[in-house]
Design a protein. Structure first.
Ligand SMILES: Cc1cc2nc3c(=O)[nH]c(=O)nc-3n(C[C@H](O)[C@H](O)[C@H](O)COP(=O)(O)OP(=O)(O)OC[C@H]3O[C@@H](n4cnc5c(N)ncnc54)[C@H](O)[C@@H]3O)c2cc1C
Length: 434
């Protein structure tokens, strides 16, 4: 008979919501801890920014979401649906468009309502400590705080869904301490107006860097995009006359000058770090069994980015991979966890899971892929999704969805990141099963 466990889920963002649904479907008893007063996590736009614009002070008052006002999703709504709960059905639902962030929040609220997940959530309740009752005992203490009250409760299992886009990583720039300009991390970017007439250096050509460049280039005096790869990205951002591409920053100095590796230099007012985020689990106490390494880029060891071999199956993580079809990936991870906890699906032995993690790391190394990309699924997104589905004897992902994903990827490369949302055409709708 399937086992029913008492499970704590930390966070009521997309990962926490779908995890709660899957755990409940599998007959587990679920409590969701959510530190804010509403669900949705990253998709709750907050116009407020942190007082420390680089967000480096660990004692700062943290704003969770890194959304900017004009953000549109980077996947069409069809690829942000859950497997049996379609985003298409939301208002204005054209399955091929890239909605604005408000619609994603609405979709998540509808999802939570339809599966009665709200009732499981303790809002305004921050988890401050998660620790094993005793090592090897397979039960966990969850300490939480709401207003002035602290409480401790024991759970059979904890699933961590706290999101990974809140603790910024900034670039190390020689001379920065004497540089007189302003620095901001994209976590604290909301609207373009503060950049009006400014000379801005944007570091990083990930999705946020490119979105923000496009946002501010219409108001800023000059925008200089500094990237590791150089040359390619500006061409992806239309032909703005006030936008240039540069190599990495070599150093800055007290006169306000920013010098790039290629020897060129400019006088700048603002450096905008679009340099990503760190995995961060300030509440988690595992005696070093789980660590966050490589400046916050790698958490582990984690079997298939989900289970820490030594603490499985009672501790698990949803949403660690940084790319792919994220909502669906989280849903499959959640189903896997739920079925492992009920005993329907078995995990390999601890040694075999550790060997698998080591094997994964070795493969990355042999392929010359830096350790910082440990949780990056590209180009194996579909293999990962299909592998997890296979653990539960579920069919592989719909071929039409796979084709849709890769056609977006191809389009973004061809027409440029700035334009692909409007120029992408998918003429193989007939292949989709929904
Ligand atoms: C700028 C930006 C744009 C993005 N665009 C897309 C996109 O277009 N499409 C896409 O699929 N993905 C996108 N992503 C990725 C996105 O983060 C994921 O899709 C997804 O929303 C993550 O959900 P999550 O539940 O894992 O985390 P979150 O949404 O961050 O939710 C985590 C929740 O945990 C709560 N929490 C944290 N710590 C605690 C604690 N100690 N106690 C209690 N509660 C806690 C938080 O309050 C929050 O509600 C984007 C990310 C960024 C940064």
């Amino acid at each position: 008979m399937a086992e029913s466990r008492k499970v704590a889920v930390i966070g009521a963002g997309a990962s926490g919501l779908v995890t709660s649904r899957e755990l409940q479907r599998e007959g587990h008893r679920v409590v969701v801890f959510e530190k804010s007063n509403q669900l949705g996590g990253l998709w709750v736009y907050n116009p407020r920014v942190e007082t420390d614009l680089l967000s480096l002070d660990p004692n700062r008052e943290i704003v969770h979401s890194s959304l900017y006002k004009f953000l549109r999703t980077n996947l069409p709504r069809r690829l942000m649906s859950f497997s049996d709960y379609s985003f298409d059905c939301a208002e204005n639902g054209n399955r091929l468009n890239f909605p604005e962030h408000e619609e994603v929040l609405k979709f998540l609220n509808e999802f939570a309502n339809d599966f009665a997940i709200n009732e499981l959530i303790r809002f305004n309740t921050e988890v401050v400590r998660v620790a094993p009752v005793e090592f090897g005992a397979n039960r966990w203490i969850v300490e939480s705080k709401s207003e002035e009250l602290s409480s401790e409760e024991v759970f059979d299992s904890v699933v961590i869904c706290n999101g990974h886009y809140t603790t910024p990583r900034v670039a190390n720039i020689p001379g920065i301490h004497n540089w007189p300009g302003k620095q901001i991390h994209s976590h604290n970017y909301r609207v373009p107006e503060p950049f009006k007439d400014q000379i801005v250096v944007v570091i990083g050509d990930g999705p946020s860097g490119l979105d923000i460049c496009r946002d501010i280039v219409t108001v800023a005096k000059q925008v200089h995009l500094s990237t590791r790869s150089s040359e390619i990205e500006v061409s992806k951002l239309d032909n703005y006359e006030n936008l240039w591409n540069h190599s990495k920053i070599d150093h800055v100095d007290e006169s306000g000058e920013v010098t790039f590796l290629d020897g060129s230099s400019i006088q700048a007012d603002i450096i905008l770090h679009c340099t990503g985020y760190k995995y961060d689990f300030p509440f988690l106490e595992t005696n070093g069994i789980i660590s966050v390494d490589d400046e916050g880029r790698v958490v582990g060891p984690l079997y298939k980015h989900v289970f820490p071999p030594k603490l499985s199956p009672c501790l698990s993580f949803v949403g660690i991979p940084s790319q792919g079809i994220i909502f669906l990936g989280s849903e499959l991870q959640a189903k896997w966890i739920a079925q492992v906890l009920s005993g329907k699906v078995l995990l390999p032995s601890e040694d075999d899971m550790l060997a698998d993690v080591e094997d994964h790391n070795r493969q990355l190394e042999e392929a010359g892929i830096p350790k910082r990309h440990t949780h990056r699924l590209h180009p194996h997104v579909m293999e990962y999704i299909d592998w997890i589905a296979a653990q539960m004897e579920m069919p592989s992902l719909d071929a039409g969805l796979k084709e849709m994903y890769w056609s977006i990827y191809k389009c973004a490369r061809e027409v440029g990141y700035a334009n692909y949302r409007d120029l992408w055409v998918f003429d193989n709708l007939a292949k989709l099963s929904l």
